[in-house]
Design a protein around this ligand. Structure first.
Ligand code: UFG
Length: 335
């Protein structure tokens, strides 16, 4: 089976491509290298010993997509490509709406024209908004999102639901990620954001390696056991395997829209993550307590029961694995 992976050289995309190849799927990547590096393609080949067809194209370019579909007999699409920085989305909302919505609509239209109707979408726990309880379950539905990035995810979920209502031959899987982090155990692929990172683990890595001086912990006065924010950190390889499970499921199921949380089900505080990182890697992370970051919630984590029951998927890796693999990747890729 041939799977088109958009954004396949990015953080979650590249790990998913590895798992797809390990499961004998044929993969075609389309990526414009906006937030990814071309050398990831070689790293994927090194890890798997397999070849991948690559197109350096933008998913917003419909003609380019049409050409890709003409040249390949695609069976399914996994759609990662998109802008993902929460803060930037507040400063440049139109750029986020244009890019994330246009690329997805283009892709779905070209799929329709080519009668390819099996689609997996990268969504986010952010679509739950602030439901007033920390444990997020799929049946709670979407809440009010707090930034344009999150709103693009919620809007695309709605687009997919409307598409299915209009044509119930589609098979769609919506995967809501919690906090994907970690890296491949080979140390060859991982997360390498440009500039100063926004997310916690990339920031910890730059402080531990001496590139940045100190980690700001955003608030220690939340109503949590140690006062710092609690999230569900999930190893990116587990997230990648979740996509393979979702793909196996839609290939073998009736048409429909299937929604799953991809989280570990376990909440971990900022301080716990920092302490675990220091202990497992025997390295110091300088930190100071700073003000809360606007828009952050105190605590949330996944209820991953539905993915276990219907996909047979659950997170296998621990927070220790996340810390070890992240640091291993950082040490291997200092330059
Ligand atoms: N944090 C710090 N210092 C930092 C960075 C983060 O203390 O320098 C804290 C945050 O306050 C929060 C936790 O670490 O408590 C995690 O923050 P991240 O920025 O790593 O992740 P978020 O939970 O804010 O957001 C992530 C993704 C979003 C996605 C959301 C879904 O980045 O894309 O999860 O729930 F929308």
């Amino acid at each position: 089976m041939k799977i088109l992976v958009t954004g396949g050289l990015g953080f979650i995309g590249s790990h998913t491509v590895v798992e797809l190849l390990n499961n004998n799927y044929e993969v075609i990547i389309v990526d414009n290298l906006y937030n990814s590096q071309i050398d990831v393609l070689d790293k994927i080949k090194q890890i798997t010993g397999k070849d991948v067809k690559f197109y350096k194209e933008d998913v917003c370019d419909k003609q380019a997509l049409e050409k890709i579909f003409k040249e390949n007999e695609i069976d399914s699409v996994i759609h990662f490509a998109g802008y993902k920085a929460v803060g930037e989305s507040c400063q440049k909302p139109l750029m986020y709406y244009r890019n994330n919505l246009m690329s997805t609509i283009n892709l779905l239209e070209v799929m329709n024209e080519n009668n390819v109707k099996s689609f997996i979408f990268s969504s986010s726990a952010t679509i739950y908004g602030d439901p007033g309880t920390p444990k997020y379950v799929e049946k709670m539905g979407r809440g009010k999102t707090s930034n344009p990035y999150g709103t693009t995810k919620a809007m695309i979920e709605e687009i997919l639901e409307d598409l299915y209502k209009s044509d119930n031959t589609w098979k769609i899987s919506i995967l809501r990620y919690f906090n994907p982090t970690g890296a491949h155990s080979s140390g060859l692929i991982g997360e390498s954001p440009n500039g100063i990172p926004n997310n916690l683990m990339p920031y910890i890595l730059k402080v531990a390696s001496g590139e940045l001086e100190v980690l700001n912990i955003f608030g220690n006065d939340y109503p949590t056991p140690d006062g710092t924010g609690i999230r569900d950190y999930i190893h990116v390889v587990d997230v990648a395997k979740g996509h393979v499970s979702a793909l196996n499921k839609i290939v073998n199921s009736n048409s429909g829209v299937y929604v799953y949380n991809l989280g570990s089900g376990k909440g971990v505080s900022v301080l716990e993550l920092v302490n675990t990182f220091e202990r497992v890697n025997n390295v110091k992370v300088n930190y100071r307590i700073a003000d809360r970051r606007p828009g952050d919630l105190a605590e949330y984590y996944a209820d991953p029961t539905k993915a276990l029951n219907e996909l047979g998927w659950k997170a296998e890796k621990t927070v220790e694995d996340i810390c070890r693999d992240s640091w291993n990747f950082m040490k291997n890729n200092k330059n």
